[in-house]
Design a binder for this molecule. Sequence first.
Ligand code: GLC
Length: 446
Amino acid sequence: MNKDSANMLDHFLSHLESVFSISLRDAQEIIRNFHQEMRYGLAGGKSSLKMIPSFVGRPKGAEKGKFLALDLGGTNIRVLAVELDGNGNAALAAVSKFAIPQDVMSGTDGKLFDFIADCIKLFFKENNIGTQQAYDLAFTFSFPVEQSSIASGKLIGWTKGFTAGGVEGEDVVALLSEALRRKGTGFIHVAALANDTVGTLVAKSYADPSCDMGVILGTGTNACYPEKIAHILKCPGLGASGEMIVNMEWGGFSQLKTNIYDHLLDRASLNPGKQLFEKMVSGMYLGEISRLVIVEMMERGLLFRGTSLSAFSKGYALTTEHLSMTAQGTDFFAAFGLRDVTTADRQTIQEICRIVSTRSAKLAGAAIAAVVAWMDEKIESDHTIAIDGSLFEKYPGFQGYMKDILNDLFGARSARIKLELAKDGSGIGAAIIGAVAAFARDGGGG
Ligand code: GLC
């Protein structure tokens, strides 16, 4: 590379670094804006945070019984049998996983719930579970749902690439129950509906009472926390005392400093103008942001010179897994037909991945800081944050950047905030919620 090209490359990379940077001041502003949007959302005003009451509080650890759980939220459906012993322990008795075909995710024929019911039938078969008795099922549905009770709620709008017809605006528990009946599995009763964040918080706090936030950092991103019922002004009928977990739907947060790549991604997305925070943070989009940067750099002759753009021209061709490989020191070049990649290009790609993923981790960290500070302004207590999702679990360095921003914001007090992996908590959490619902339904008698 000659000197001029090297200068142009340096110049472009430092420009990139600055348009993706999150300074301490930016993080403080995010916290202020989060608090304002939380306040409006809880009061029922216009807000990019939906702040949805979940109709459950944190568990007591004494919930007991055997439940089925159904987890729908990404490219797979999971069906689980969960046993709760009443002493804070939950065991998985059986699990089956099914990939959701693209035509079911985006079909217009209303077949999504029939597909789900078929998966549940297969789960019974695969695990040799008898169908002679009645079962309670807890449904983790990881999309924005306006809940009206512990076991009912309407889908507000699809996120994360789902577009299946006939579901938006409908009660998803009713749709599931009808499909179960149609498929001859009416012996399954849908006892509870929960967002994955709520399931994650409930699962962790079943055994750890200092857990007061559930976060997902995976294909999508979102969080929930227990709110004082008296603060949920938009629902005066919930009562005067106690707490209820609120699903924030923080993927929709929109008071953010966006750049040209965010705009390009948003404009070409299935839900333009929506889920802006999710589009800057979650696993579904980080590869795409990086692809847009790569395409621009190739067009400017700053990357992979002499190679055709075509390998990178398809939307979402680059995934977060590809970025994760780069961060681990391997690469994705062969998958894109690139051979003999120069050292300079390799380093450039590493830089792009670092810049894009660092912003994501810092935004996630700042958002957690906002919620913790909302619950405990001076960070005087311990807070365990239950976090699930592949970005948090697997992306090299991600947790470190999250901790860095918490440390920048709160100094030594940030040690009171523990970020803990809560793997697959959402299904177990839903079962615990199912136990609460079944207990209430059976008159608290068992
Ligand atoms: C999306 C959904 C939200 C879910 C999150 C994580 O943001 O709207 O309900 O919790 O993804 O799966």
